[in-house]
Design a protein around this ligand. Structure first.
Ligand code: FAD
Ligand code: UDP
Length: 363
């Protein structure tokens, strides 16, 4: 008999939800993370009352009542609605693409006028079936919006040409013909009151955790501790990169404290010009309607991932999809190992999807 039923590698949402469910059913878990804290990418650091999203802005949203009720067991959510602004050459536009954006660009006031404008631009393109992000975006919103609000942002975010990226990425953004700046279509949305750490602490309550522990550096001892493993790190790293490295986009955050109460008047402002090296500036206090005398802002600089850096985004293009397929074939043969989460599944998952996947895997 080993000491634990499950060794859970990674204390992000996948690992934490899995551990919580296992504990409920009387299983003994050990959760480890190579970072110095729990929570994975949703971890927040408190700066004199402001919860700073250390790994990028996180807004919880879902259409699934079961997942909404699940997270609400652990923490209350506020009424925050994400309404980012896009800044292009000193002009501000509302996101996602909606009647406000169309008015700001073209001074059109009715849905019919906006649709006619887009239709006129799309008609000249001669694209029938979109084959990549660029073509899909052009079909959705026409050339003006594509050139000002999509192309530059996308190419710096991904470090690749929009014609070389999969179209599903742009389908994350709603396009609507109403005056509605809500970035998400989902029924439920908000930020945990008091920050995401409360959610993670609730999930991991009563479960043994160890931080600053890298699975690969302590593999033999750790494997000996548990009957089963739940692995939420990089799948290619798990198999020693034997089929080659998967590509990821990494990020560099420049966090800055300013002794003013309000820097940009909104939590998220995207900088869509290619020439500006960061993609967005986050002002964290606005996620929780903070009234502190100071503020914290974070500039988000995208870069190509290299070994040893944080792999934030999988790049699900044809090249990487052919590599991940080989790793997943190996993973499917494992007996006592479950692979899950954004890294191990190499999927551009949002939080609610990771939680849903962990609940399903557990079942
Ligand atoms: P992670 O949170 O990455 O956790 C994996 C953990 O495994 C990490 O802590 C890592 O250190 C650890 N680990 C890896 N390898 C090892 C090892 N060898 N040994 C020990 N530990 C290891 N989702 C939304 O729903 N809304 C948003 O607004 C949103 N914004 C985002 C913004 C950014 C910039 C990013 C990058 C993501 C965003 N997401 C958002 C997605 C969200 O972060 C993920 O869906 C979710 O946090 C993934 O959880 P996870 O457990 O799969 O992975
Ligand atoms: N996007 C864009 N302009 C914007 C915001 C997003 O072109 O102002 C595109 C870009 O390709 C981005 C994708 O839409 O990668 C998905 O955006 P989302 O906000 O969902 O990205 P995330 O928050 O996951 O980084």
């Amino acid at each position: 008999m080993k000491q634990f039923d499950y060794l859970i590698v990674g204390a992000g949402l996948f690992g934490a939800v899995f551990a919580c469910e296992a504990k409920k059913r009387g299983k003994k878990c050990l959760v480890i993370d190579r970072r110095g804290h729990l929570g994975g990418n949703v971890y927040c650091e408190n700066n004199d009352g402001i919860n700073v999203h250390k790994y990028g802005a996180h807004i919880f949203h879902t259409n699934d009542k079961k997942i909404w009720d699940y997270v609400n067991q652990f923490v209350e959510f506020n009424r925050y609605t994400n309404s980012p602004l896009a800044r292009f050459k000193d002009e501000l536009y509302n996101l996602p693409f909606n009647m406000n954006t169309f008015y700001q660009l073209w001074k059109v006031k009715t849905p019919a006028e906006a649709q006619a404008k887009i239709h006129e631009q799309v008609a000249q393109l001669g694209i029938d079936t979109p084959r990549n992000l660029e073509e899909r975006a052009l079909l959705l919103v026409g050339t003006d919006i594509y050139e000002k609000l999509i192309k530059g942002y996308t190419e710096k975010q991904w470090g690749r040409k929009a014609v070389d990226l999969p179209e599903f990425i742009i389908k994350r953004l709603p396009v609507r013909f109403t005056y509605d700046n809500n970035y998400f279509n989902d029924k439920y949305q908000g930020i945990p009151v008091g920050g995401y750490n409360k959610l993670v602490a609730g999930l991991l309550d009563g479960i043994e955790t160890r931080v600053n522990v890298d699975y690969f550096k302590n593999k033999t001892e750790l494997n000996d501790l548990a009957e089963n493993i739940v692995f939420t790190g990089q799948l290619d790293e798990f198999y020693d990169f034997r089929f080659g490295y998967l590509e990821y986009r990494s990020l560099r955050f420049e966090h800055e404290r300013l002794e003013i109460p309000n820097f940009q008047g909104n939590a998220v402002v995207n900088y869509t010009e290619r020439e500006i090296p960061y993609t967005r500036i986050i002002e964290h206090k606005h996620f929780e309607f903070g009234s502190q005398a100071h503020t914290i802002i974070s500039r988000e600089y995208p870069k190509e991932w290299q070994f040893g850096q944080e792999p934030y985004y999988p790049i699900n293009d044809t090249h990487n999809e052919s590599i991940i397929k080989q790793y997943k074939q190996l993973a499917a043969l494992e007996k006592n190992i479950i692979f899950g989460g954004r890294l191990a599944e190499y999927r551009y998952y949002d939080m609610h999807q990771v939680i849903g996947a962990a609940l399903t895997h557990f079942k």
